[in-house]
Design a protein around this ligand. Structure first.
Ligand SMILES: CC(C)(COP(=O)(O)OP(=O)(O)OC[C@H]1O[C@@H](n2cnc3c(N)ncnc32)[C@H](O)[C@@H]1OP(=O)(O)O)[C@@H](O)C(=O)NCCC(=O)NCCSC(=O)Cc1ccccc1
Length: 282
């Protein structure tokens, strides 16, 4: 039977079952709530594992949720979209969840779509109404060949691996004696997106860890405000690990901006991440 689609995305029921079986989205328990062209709604349970000590959703979760939602939203708005990867993504970290919040609610709306590209904004609130984060992303759109849509592919079988959000965040404090400007990140099959390459949100999470490592102990505590990634080349998951190299581009009294080059095992730059933080008064 012909599968129902919304633009280039499977309909809500199929999408929900594929999310449940996906290594990254499945690990979050993410449930799609609504999908019409250019509009996507998603719910993620706020378990203790996704919150830090201050009640903020950990950056790795914000990154994955924003990347996935922008992707689904854009491709749902393009008839015959064959999918396409994230070109750039920026996430503004706003605040902690409200007292008693049980779910993160993700609202993604297309800003513009055409046959070669699309952008969407994403607003993350919780079920108490607290604004948690805001993002905007740009996707490449690949058209279907000969009019036959090649649907976005999420794994159709349960993977035997599940993405470990805490382990990626923990990279920041691994190898305490090493150079703080460098972070080596191993890659695993559990980090795959529906294109069987490194998930854009996971790459952003690795870059967060690199910047956390770089900033720890340099000039006092900071709070991240915004984080953007330019995705330059895809990262295959069978091609070795990543090396992240960070440097300050702003080291002011009030604001710090760090640029991180994310380099593949073949020496080519896969992405450039730029994060800005505000210095907390002591
Ligand atoms: C395709 C584009 C975005 C733009 O390309 P353009 O401006 O036209 O540039 P150009 O075509 O010149 O290529 C530049 C370089 O890239 C290489 N290359 C290109 N395509 C392929 C390929 N298929 N396979 C292998 N390599 C490929 C190409 O050889 C060249 O490298 P070189 O200089 O020879 O060494 C490219 O920059 C890119 O792939 N970035 C990484 C994107 C990424 O990984 N995003 C995150 C994951 S997506 C996700 O998780 C979100 C999601 C959620 C939900 C739903 C859906 C999605």
């Amino acid at each position: 039977m012909e599968q129902q689609t919304v633009g280039g995305v499977p309909d809500l029921d199929v999408l929900a079952s594929r999310f449940a079986g996906a290594a990254v989205e499945g690990a979050l328990g993410a449930v799609p709530l609504e999908l019409v062209p250019g509009r996507f709604r998603l719910q993620v349970p706020l378990t203790p594992a996704v919150l830090d000590d201050e009640g903020r959703v950990i950056p790795a979760v914000l990154a994955v949720v924003a990347d996935t939602s922008v992707g689904i939203c854009v491709h749902s708005g393009v008839p015959n979209s064959a999918g396409g990867p994230t070109v750039e993504l920026r996430v503004d970290h706003v605040g902690p969840v409200g007292p008693g919040a049980a779910h993160l609610l993700v609202a993604a709306d297309a800003v513009h779509v055409d046959t070669s590209t699309g952008s969407a904004r994403v607003v993350l609130t919780d079920d108490t109404g607290a604004l948690v984060a805001h993002g905007v992303g740009t996707m490449a759109v690949e058209q279907a060949v000969d009019g036959v849509p090649t649907r976005l592919r999420l794994p159709t079988v349960l993977p035997d691996v599940v993405y470990d959000f805490a382990a990626v965040a923990g990279l920041a404090t691994a190898d305490p004696g090493g150079d703080p400007a460098e972070l080596r990140a191993p890659l695993t099959p559990a980090m795959a997106n529906m294109r069987a390459q490194l998930h854009g949100g996971v790459l952003m999470a690795i870059a967060h860890a690199a910047q956390d490592r770089f900033q720890a102990g340099r000039g006092g505590p900071v709070r991240r405000l915004t984080f953007g990634v330019d995705y330059l080349r895809p990262v295959p998951l069978d091609g070795g690990g990543l090396m992240c190299r960070s440097a300050f581009v702003r080291h002011g009294r009030r604001f710090r901006t760090v640029r991180t080059e994310v380099v593949r095992a073949d020496g080519k730059v896969a992405a450039i991440a730029t994060g800005t933080s505000v210095v907390l008064s002591r």
